[in-house]
Design a protein around this ligand. Structure first.
Ligand code: CAA
Length: 258
């Protein structure tokens, strides 16, 4: 499928999706969000794809929702179209792992999009922020909610109230990103992580994603029960037998996704 605002490539069993609106620092306009939800849904359905990497350019992962596109909208318009509702929900429904490889600006909706991914690998030049307050709005895709869960109330309040940016080192210290790598190594590192994930059983990988996400959506007691039952259910798979047998036989496991 050809896209106007994305470049989608496949390397073996990894889908690499690049946001591609350089003239607007990859600002998320309706075409881009439409195309992104389609590209991700497509990758999720494609049996040959086992992991997804989402990235931008060296200067910007994405500088936020498109300010030009929304500046003149009325409350009734954004409410009726449920601005950022359905397209973002389609991205959240993807069951395969998505790694955000973030270089440069990840601001507003850009930071929020990165947080929707399963984890963030940041280049040393990455800058995260929720500067919506400077535009007379609050964040609209999770900047007050997900960010608070990632970095805690103090930093989330600081970033949302002052609009200041967090550099990659601070983002790693605060738990927003899983690792920081030299800027030229960002994509190789993200692709290597994706290949590691692609080697695993896809049944187990989906169960891991569901279980970790459950930690954000329920109480600890319910989350632990969900995890334990999911762990139990893995014993119904051939891949559990293979994984444990391979360990005992001191060989590499050959997973078959069943
Ligand atoms: N929307 C639309 N266009 C944008 C944009 C955005 N979010 N961010 C940058 N651009 C455009 C600029 O208008 C400019 O276009 P022109 O050349 O046509 O003027 C082009 O991208 C390059 O940007 P700058 O000249 O500003 O580049 P810079 O290097 O001087 O500054 C920046 C970079 C600090 C990221 C600055 O562009 C900036 O502050 N951008 C806006 C960041 C922001 O406020 N994001 C939040 C958006 S609201 C949101 O996301 C709501 C939500 O939660 C859903």
């Amino acid at each position: 499928m050809a896209f106007e605002t994305l470049i989608v490539e496949t390397e073996d069993d990894i889908a690499l999706i690049r946001l591609n609106r350089p003239e607007a620092l990859n600002a998320l306009n309706s075409t881009l969000l439409d195309e992104l939800s389609k590209a991700l849904t497509e990758a999720d359905r494609n049996d040959k794809i086992r992991c997804i990497v989402l990235t931008g350019s060296e200067k910007a992962f994405a500088a936020g929702a498109d300010i030009k596109e929304m500046s003149q909208k009325s409350f009734v318009e954004v409410y009726n179209e449920d601005l950022f509702g359905a397209k973002i929900e389609a991205i959240q429904r993807v069951r395969k792992p998505i790694i955000a490889a973030v270089s440069g600006y990840a601001l507003g909706g850009g930071c929020e999009l990165a947080m929707i991914c399963d984890f963030i690998i940041a280049a040393e030049n990455a800058k995260f922020g929720q500067p919506e307050v400077n535009l007379g709005v609050v964040a609209g895709i999770g900047g007050t909610q997900r960010l608070t869960r990632f970095v805690g109330k103090a930093k989330a309040m600081d970033m949302n109230l002052t609009g200041r940016f967090m550099d990659a080192a601070e983002a790693e210290r605060a738990g927003l990103v899983s690792r920081v790598v030299p800027t030229p190594k960002l994509l190789p590192e993200a692709m290597a992580a994706a290949r590691k994930i692609a080697e695993k059983s896809q049944v187990t990988v989906k169960a891991v994603k569901e279980s970790v996400n459950r930690a954000y959506e329920t109480t600890l007691r319910e989350g632990l029960l969900f995890e334990r039952r999911t762990f139990h259910s893995m014993f119904a798979t051939e891949d559990q037998k293979e994984g444990m047998a391979a360990f005992l036989e001191k060989r590499e496991a050959q997973f078959r996704d069943r």
